[in-house]
Write a protein that binds this ligand. Structure first.
Ligand code: MG
Length: 211
């Protein structure tokens, strides 16, 4: 696939603007816009009852006023949580958004997205299927397409199986000599390497692969 973006920003807001507002909330997306970024990154995971929500960790312990594994909490229970006070009491009204709410927010703010499929362990396929389904139903056709990434190869291959046109990026925690097979097979347009293991020669290799 040709790289589909005419203008791709050097800076993408991680989980919105996670240094300035509670990560992965609508407030964080608004803050990112205010700070001038054009793209935001966020994480999609499924609740116990299969709703797609925006959260990074496998549990709500760090980023809410409660405790529990995301895959063991219903969407209704998740919606009761305060997802802002852990960051600052100024954000005590923040909720964990659904993926649909987040897409609506991005449309309102005219932001584009790097959507990370972040499956709860064991739900790699389900999370990818739901994420792609919701992109098909809710991402406006006239809006620049999102970049969909994941550390899970099972999630990415599932997404690719469903949609040949989907713009994909691979996330790598580890570098391997034969790394290029993976994005080639997926027809992925970007390779995102954990900064802790990134080396200049890896950057050169990725650029040489036209990514
Ligand atoms: Mg992420």
């Amino acid at each position: 696939m040709q790289f589909p973006y005419k203008h791709f920003p050097k800076v993408i807001g991680h989980r919105g603007a996670c240094g300035y507002a509670p990560e992965n909330t609508l407030a964080s997306m608004h803050k990112a816009k205010e700070l001038g970024v054009e793209w935001v990154e966020f994480d999609v995971m499924l609740t116990q009852d299969g709703e797609a929500i925006i959260i990074h960790d496998n549990n709500v312990n760090r980023t809410s006023n409660s405790k529990g594994e995301v895959a063991k909490l219903s969407y209704a229970a998740i919606k009761q949580l305060d997802a802002g006070s852990w960051f600052s009491k100024d954000f005590s009204n923040e909720k964990i958004p659904s993926f649909i709410e987040l897409i609506e927010c991005l449309c309102e703010l005219n932001l584009n997205a790097n959507i990370e499929i972040k499956p709860y362990p064991g739900f790699e396929r389900e999370t990818a299927i739901k994420t792609v389904e919701l992109i098909h139903e809710h991402w406006p056709k006239d809006k620049e397409p999102p970049l969909v990434s994941s550390f899970s190869s099972e999630s990415l291959f599932t997404a690719r199986q469903i949609d040949k046109e989907l713009v994909l990026g691979v996330l790598l925690h580890r570098w391997q000599a034969n790394w290029q097979h993976y994005p080639d097979e997926l027809d992925a347009v970007t390779v995102h390497v954990n900064q802790k293991i990134l080396r200049p020669k890896y950057v050169e290799a990725i650029k040489a692969s036209n990514r």
